[in-house]
Design a protein around this ligand. Sequence first.
Ligand code: NAD
Ligand code: UGA
Length: 459
Amino acid sequence: MPFQKNILCIGAGYVGGPTMAMIALKCPSCRVVVLDINKEKIDRWNSDDLPVYEPGLLQVVQAARGRNLFFRTDMEEEIRQAEIIFVSVNTPTKSYGAGSGLAADLQYWEKTARQIRNCSRSDKIIVEKSTLPVKTAQAMERILNASGNNLRFEVLSNPEFLAEGTAIQDLENPDRVLIGSRETPTGLAARMELVELYRSWVPKERIITSNIWSSELSKLVANAFLAQRISSINSISALCEKTNADVREVSRAVGTDGRIGDKFLNPSVGFGGSCFKKDILNLVYICRNYGLETVADYWEGVVRINDYQTERFFMTMLNAMFNTLAGKKICIMGFAFKANTGDTRESPAIAIAKKLLEEQALIVVTDPKALENAKADLAGIATDRVRYIDDPYEAARGCDALAVMTEWEVFRELDYRAIFTDMQKPAFLFDGRNLLDHRMLFDVGFNVYPIGTPAMTHF
Ligand code: NAD
Ligand code: UGA
C-alpha cells in the first residue's frame, strides 16, 4: 500500500530520532525518514545499539523501523520526495565572532535550509523542530525563496518540549504540542496539516496554535521559566545552609501553593543539559539586541545563580576536606546531567570533576549509562588521575569522599555500610541531589553534606 504522506526529519539526534520514531509509530500511513550527516549515528539508529539512551525508545523504534520508519543518509533523494520536512539539527551556543558565548550558532540550520532549497522539486512544509531565536522563520523563508524556482515553502514552528530520560512518555502524552504559522491562507492550511498529523494521538485540546513568532519565542521562554525555578530554589538553598532551615521543607511549603506548583523545585548542584543554559543565553542575547538591557540582566541572573551553585558545591567539598584535596580520591557518583539518560552535555559533574582535578585530586567516575560520554568530556585532562568504573562499590573503594552528581535510583539502593567500611576515614559524602538518606549515612559514620540543609558531621 502506498504511503499517504512522506515525512522527513533532518537531524537524527536526541530530538529527531525519538520524535520521528513516535510519529512513525502513531501514523502508520506516513513514511517517516530521519536523515543525518553523521553516518555512524545513522548506522546505530539502524541497529539495536541506538545512539541515544532513553527508556522505552528501543521498543518504539523496533515497532516502526523498516515498516514506515527509516534512518538514512541520502539527503537529495529524500528531500525531493518529502512533503513535510522537520528540521532538528543542533543549534549550540556560538563560540566565535559576534555574540560568542551567547547567541545561537545557526550555521547548521542555515546549511539545512540551503540543502532543502537546492534539492527540492515540489512545494513543501518546513517545520522548525530545533530551538531557535525568535524571527528565524523569516530568515528561513528568505533563504528558501531566494532561488526563484517558483516553489512554495511554508515554514512552521513546532518546538519540542520533551525532556531527556522521559522522552517517550513526553512524546506519547505531551502537556501540549505547539504549532505556530504565518496567519495567511497558505500558512493556516499548513498549520492544519500538522495539527492533523498530531491528532493521530494527541487530544485536540492539547494542540495549541499561535502565530509563528509566539511559537518560536515560547520555547525559549518555557526553558527559561523552568531553569528560573531551579535557580530560585538553589539560591534559597544557600540561605537555608546559613540559617538551619531545610530547603526540602521550604520547597514543599512553597510548592503546595497551587499558584506556584511543586514541580522543578528540587535543589541541586546545578542544572545541566544541552539546552537550559544555551537557550537562556540566547534569550539574553536577543533582549540585548533589542536594547532590553534590564530584561537581559534579569534572565542572565538565572545562569549566574546556576554557576554560583556549582562553585558553592565545590567549595563546600574543599572546605570540608580541610582545604586540601591533593592526592585524595573522590568518587563521582553519576556523570549524566540527570537520571535515565547517558547524556552529559553541560552536566555539572564536568565542572566539578575539572575543579577537583585542578586541586590535584584523584577521581573515580561511576555512572550506569554515561561513562563513554564522561571519557570524552574529560579526555586529555589529568588522565593519570581519572578512572572510570561501572560498579559503584568498586568505584568507591579506598576513596576519601563520595560526591553524588546524578539522581540515579541505583545509587539510592546501595549498601552504604559496606561502602563506608572500604573507604578512607574520615569519610565524606556530598549529596548534590539530596538523593540519599542523610540520617542513615551519618549514623553509618559518614560526614554528610546535603544541599540546602546544614551538614551532619562527626567533628
Ligand atoms: P543533537 O546534537 O543530538 O542532534 C542534532 C543532529 O543534527 C546531529 O546528529 C547532527 O549530526 C545533525 N546535523 C547537523 N547538521 C546537519 C545537516 N546539515 N544535515 C543533516 N544532519 C545534520 O541535538 P538535539 O539534542 O537533538 O537538539 C536538536 C535541537 O532540538 C536543538 O535546537 C535543541 O535545542 C532542541 N531541543 C533539544 C532537546 C533535548 O532534549 N536534547 C529538547 C527539545 C529541543
Ligand atoms: C529540558 C526541559 O525540561 C524540556 O521541556 C525541554 O524540551 C528541554 O530542556 C530542551 O529544550 O532541551 P532536559 O534538559 O532534558 O529538558 O531535562 P530537565 O528535566 O528539564 O532537567 C534539566 C536539568 O535541571 C537537569 O540537570 C536536572 O537534574 C535539573 N533539575 C531539574 C534540577 O536541578 N531540579 C529540578 O527540580 C528539576
